[in-house]
Design a binder for this molecule. Structure first.
Ligand code: CP
Ligand code: NVA
Length: 313
C-alpha cells in the first residue's frame, strides 16, 4: 500500500514512520525539479492557510507563504500582536474558529503544547513551524539537502555541535534516526539532550540501524563526520542566557580546525540560520566552500510545499 498522509498534522517527526518521511522527501525532490524547470501548478487553488506567529521568522514564513501562494493558495499571516490568541481567546477556541475558515494552520511559537492543542481542536492539518522543543520542517529540508550533496543518508555521520537540548538538536536526532543516519550531539554536559527523548530516539535508531551518540569530547565526535551542523547559542526567547552560553559553548564553535578534525575533506557545514557569525560558526566556515547553508534555506520551501501536498490533497 502507498503512503497516505492526507489530513495529517506535523507536530514532531516522532509521529512519522520512516517510509512517511521518505514519501515527503520524494515529493520534495519532485517539486524542486518542477520549479527549476519552470513547471507551474495550481495545486492549492481555492485553499487557505492560517499562519500564526508568536516569534519572528524569515525562512519559515517565506517558505510557507511562497510555497502555498505560488500554487494558487491564499496564505494569511497572523502575528500574535494582531489576533486574540494569547490575549482574549484560548487556544482551543482559536483552533475551532480557524478550523472552520482555513484548510490548514501553521504555528510558530514557544510552547509545544500550544501546537498540540491547536491540532486537537482545529479539525484541519496543523504544522509545527518551530516551538521551543521541535523544528520538524527544518529537518526535512536538512535531510533533503544532505541527499542532494552526499546521496543516501544511511550510514552517514552527522555531528551537531552546540546547544544539545534545543529544538534543532532534538529534531536532528529524530530526523537522523528516521533516515538511518548516525547522529552525534557534541555539547557540554550542562546542555546534553534530555534523557527521555534520547531513549525514545535510540529505540527508533535501533530499528533503522544507526546510532545516536552524545559526547563533550571533540576527539570522539569529529573523526569521519560527513556533516557538521550548528545552531545559535541562545534560541529565540532565551536571549538573557547568552552570556552564560558564550562561556559554555565557545569550545564548541565550528571553525576551520573543527572542520579539519573530521579528517574528511568532503564534510559539509550546515546551519538552520539565522546565524550569529563569530559565535557558533566562524565567517570562514559559513562563507567557505564546505558550507551548504543557502541550499538548505532554499529547500525549506520545497519540503514545506511537499508537506502540504501530502497532507492537503
Ligand atoms: N531556520 C528558520 O526557521 O529560519 P526563520 O527563523 O527565519 O524562519
Ligand atoms: N534554535 C533556534 C532555531 C531558529 C530557526 C531558535 O529557536 O531560535
Amino acid at each position: 500500500m502507498g503512503v497516505n498522509l492526507r489530513g495529517r498534522s506535523l507536530l514532531t517527526l516522532l509521529d512519522f514512520e520512516p517510509e512517511q518521511v521518505r514519501h515527503l522527501l520524494d515529493i520534495s525532490h519532485t517539486v524542486k525539479a518542477e520549479r527549476l524547470t519552470g513547471q507551474k501548478h495550481q495545486r492549492f487553488q481555492g485553499m487557505t492557510l492560517a499562519m500564526l506567529f508568536e516569534k519572528r521568522s524569515t525562512r519559515t514564513r517565506c517558505a510557507f507563504e511562497t510555497a502555498f501562494g505560488e500554487e494558487g493558495g491564499h496564505p494569511v499571516f497572523l502575528s500574535s500582536s494582531d489576533i486574540q490568541l494569547g490575549a482574549k481567546e484560548s487556544i482551543e477556541d482559536t483552533a475551532r474558529v480557524l478550523g472552520r475558515m482555513f484548510d490548514a494552520i501553521m504555528f510558530r511559537g514557544f510552547s509545544q503544547e500550544t501546537v498540540e492543542t491547536l491540532s486537537e481542536y482545529a479539525g484541519v492539518p496543523v504544522y509545527n513551524a518551530l516551538t521551543d522543543r521541535f523544528h520538524p520542517t527544518q529537518v526535512l529540508a536538512d535531510i533533503m539537502t544532505i541527499e542532494e550533496k552526499l546521496g543516501d543518508t544511511s550510514g552517514l555521520n552527522l555531528v551537531y555541535a552546540g546547544d544539545g537540548r534545543n529544538n534543532m538538536a532534538n529534531s536532528l536526532m529524530i530526523g537522523s534516526a528516521l533516515v538511518g543516519m548516525n547522529c552525534t550531539i557534541l555539547a557540554p554536559k550542562q546542555l546534553s539532550p534530555e534523557e527521555e527523548l534520547l531513549a525514545t530516539v535510540r529505540r527508533l535508531a535501533e530499528d533503522t540501524g544507526c546510532e545516536i551518540r552524545v559526547t563533550d569530547d571533540r576527539r570522539e565526535a569529529l573523526p569521519d563526520a560527513d556533516i557538521i551542523y550548528t545552531d545559535v547559542w541562545a534560541s529565540m526567547g532565551e536571549e538573557d542566557r547568552l552570556k552564560e552560553r558564550i562561556e559554555l559553548l565557545t569550545p564548541f564553535r565550528v571553525d576551520s580546525e573543527m572542520m579539519e578534525q573530521t579528517g574528511n575533506p568532503g564534510c559539509i557545514f550546515m546551519h538552520c540560520l539565522p546565524a550569529v557569525k563569530g559565535n557558533e560558526v566562524t565567517v570562514e566556515v559559513i562563507e567557505g566552500p564546505q558550507s551548504v547553508v543557502w541550499d538548505e534555506a532554499e529547500n525549506r520551501k520545497h519540503t514545506i510545499k511537499a508537506l502540504m501536498i501530502a497532507t492537503l490533497l
